[in-house]
Design a protein around this ligand. Structure first.
Ligand code: CA
Ligand code: CA
Length: 665
């Protein structure tokens, strides 16, 4: 801790000695913190739901301009990055069933609005992370629409689609899937008689058997031939559209066309006569094209030549029938897989626009073997691919954080692929600490996790968090106990790692997730900005807990209330930003108050030490009554921040119930 840092911070007046003389009510002199250049080293991120954060145009849906208008709020929280919920067009309000990764959801604004948000965020030293869904798309995805055309489509293999999944899995046809689970497979009609796309047609009348060969093409489309001496036509698409072909050799005719045919194709040797053998189709029972294979033509039966036959098949969707999983093939070949490169090209686009990083959804599901080597290996390919783009315009590496929802030891191997992973065990341990009022094991547990990560990747970033959009809210888990909620914030801001605050957590929002008998929407509540209830609620389809809309819980009300949870967040995020040992420090044990201390089990204590050697002592008493700690070997004269009742007397400190303090060493 350097005092000079405090002096630099005086655009801000943050009351750090909270709780010593509790005062209810308003605080007219208080101002929101704000940060100047270089003053947010705490690496605090904010998870933000675009649809329910802030609505700029009153349509009830959050949008980019809404977020842009609230950057001061995020800055005041000491945030240096925002993770946005998926920004692409999607089937559902939450965005995790993407239709098109290359575009922006028009409900949130235009690409220009998105770019303007990125630029405005950067001007406040707030990075922008996009949520990327690599495991699956939406049923309305543009690639899935192509894949449904059938095996002739080059997108068919981008998904796991089969008429007989159990057999195909046993045959090893789907390298990412380890076993057949019936509830992962969902029926889909595959194949159309028609076709949309660019095709090359070749008619061969040189032999006894006349043939038509059709292939997909990336060559330029041709306009129909106008040379009336050539009497060879394709009849396709809308009725009346005869397309004259080009003669490429004697009795060989070719043309490349953009096709939009709802029914199929016929070959004609006249564009005026339908009889006299001028209509050439397929023989009965053999009227479906296989691209690249010559189809014998018949003028006696002359059946419509179809591009496919619809068939009832199944696709794999590990998250349900509206989210088809992508198929990257064998992991060794994944970097060459179609969907890998198509997705990477979209990521390139957003990196080019200024996006600073990505949060990757559900990465343990990309390859079904969650604990196998495939997913980490795949993620390394993906990270390296995106980072190579990023490094063309940046001198630092790309940030990327994976959602690996498993225990810390199961998460550790994923650091082979990614620089950061969410640490779900942080909250698993912390909620136990707070509800069981047992703090002594916390630091030791956390350090153990960090050792496992570092063994895989030196410098591994633990993305710490309380809850996210898929979990029951912290306030519900902590029984809306305000003292515990405040202390949860204090733990989050004093632990090693890079913390995420989830939208609404700083306001004490509660709500039960669908896994706990609630609804997902109830943990994705809009920010209530003020008493006029300006909140983005429309996309939550009415599933909104109106009891959250009170005078007490809005941002405006909590900012005016010295004792609010939001004010504690402001104080502790500020402490993390101004104290180098907290901002980037490594945890180490306290010699006395640690996991071996059997008499002061309510106390969690540790040191944080920065790379410059500066050091801070972190103390939390999670007990329901005061704890007096004797600390003759620690310095207690330089308090960074405190919560609750903290009384220093000589070499001892008394921490009241749910009280915390940080001292520079
Ligand atoms: Ca809006
Ligand atoms: Ca998968």
């Amino acid at each position: 801790m350097k005092r000079i840092v405090y002096a630099l911070m005086l655009t801000v007046l943050v009351v750090v000695s909270c709780g010593k003389e509790p005062q209810e009510g308003k605080d007219a002199k208080w101002e929101r913190p704000s940060y100047a250049t270089g003053q947010k080293p705490g690496k605090i991120s904010y998870q933000l739901l675009i649809y329910s954060f802030a609505d700029s145009d009153g349509d009830g849906i959050g949008d980019f301009n809404g977020i842009k208008s609230k950057l001061d709020y995020l800055d005041a929280l000491g945030v240096s990055a925002i993770w946005l919920s998926p920004a692409h067009p999607a089937d559902s309000y939450h965005g995790y069933d993407v239709q098109d990764y290359s575009r922006i959801n028009p409900k949130y604004g235009t690409e220009e609005d998105f770019k303007a948000l990125i630029d405005a965020a950067h001007s406040k030293e707030i990075k922008v992370y996009m949520d990327y869904v690599l495991n699956h798309t939406g049923k309305g995805n543009v690639w899935f629409a192509e894949a449904k055309k059938g095996p002739s489509s080059d997108k068919f293999s981008w998904f796991n689609i089969s008429a007989d999944p159990a057999t195909d899995i046993a045959l090893g046809k789907f390298p990412s899937i380890t076993g057949y689970y019936q509830n992962e497979w969902h029926s889909v009609t595959v194949g159309e008689v028609g076709y949309q796309g660019r095709l090359h047609f070749k008619v061969d009348f040189s032999g006894a058997i006349k043939t038509l060969t059709v292939t997909t093409s990336t060559d330029a489309a041709q306009t129909p031939n106008t040379d009336s001496s050539v009497q060879m036509f394709l009849w396709l698409g809308e009725p009346g559209k005869a397309v004259r072909m080009y003669r490429s050799a004697t009795d060989i005719y070719e043309i490349t066309l953009d096709v939009d045919s709802p029914w199929g194709v016929l070959v004609r040797t006249s564009d005026t006569s339908w009889d006299g053998g001028t209509k050439w189709g397929a023989p009965k029972g053999a009227n479906v094209l296989n691209f690249g294979t010559p189809l014998p033509l018949s003028t006696t039966d002359a059946q419509d030549i179809l591009f496919g036959t619809p068939a009832e098949m199944s696709f794999q969707g590990a998250f349900g029938g509206w989210m088809p999983d992508l198929n990257y093939g064998k992991v060794a070949d994944a970097a060459a897989a179609g969907p890998f490169n198509a997705l990477a090209e979209t990521a390139d686009k957003w990196i080019g626009m200024g996006v600073d990083g990505f949060r990757l959804d559900a990465v343990k599901h990309i390859y079904s073997a969650e604990r196998g080597p495939e997913n980490p290996a795949f993620l390394k390919l993906w990270y390296d691919r995106c980072n190579s783009t990023f490094r063309k315009t940046h001198s630092t590496d790309l940030y990327m954080v994976g959602e690996v929802w498993m225990s810390a030891s199961e998460v550790a191997p994923y650091y082979e692929g990614l620089p950061a992973c969410f640490e779900f065990d942080f909250w698993e341990r912390l909620k136990w600490v707070l509800n069981q009022r047992t703090g002594c094991y916390f630091a030791n547990d956390l350090m153990g996790y960090r050792q496992k990560y570092a063994a895989v990747r030196p410098g591994a970033i633990a993305a710490t968090k309380l809850t996210n959009h898929d979990e029951t809210r912290a306030a519900t888990i902590l029984n809306k106990d305000l003292a515990k909620l405040k202390q949860a914030a204090a733990f989050l801001m004093t632990a090693e790692g890079e913390p995420y605050i989830y939208q609404g957590e700083e306001l004490g929002y509660w709500g039960k997730d669908s896994d706990d008998g609630g609804r997902d929407e109830l943990v994705r509540t809009p920010i209530v900005w003020d008493r006029a209830f300006s909140a983005a609620t429309r996309d939550l389809d009415g599933h909104f807990d109106m009891t959250l809309v009170t005078d007490e819980i809005s941002v405006a009300a909590q900012e005016a209330d010295k004792e609010s949870l939001l004010r504690v967040y402001y104080e502790w995020t500020h402490a993390r930003n101004i104290c180098p040992a907290l901002a980037g420090g490594k945890m180490s044990s306290h010699p006395k108050y640690n996991n071996n201390n059997s008499t002061d089990k309510t106390v969690a204590a540790w040191y944080m030490t920065a790379s410059d050697g500066s050091k801070a002592l972190v103390l939390h008493n999670v007990g329901a009554s005061a704890a007096t700690l004797s600390l003759p070997d620690d310095k207690l004269s330089d308090e960074v921040v405190s919560l609750g009742d903290v009384k220093v007397s000589g070499s001892s400190v008394e921490l009241g119930a749910n009280s915390s303090a940080v001292f520079v060493q």
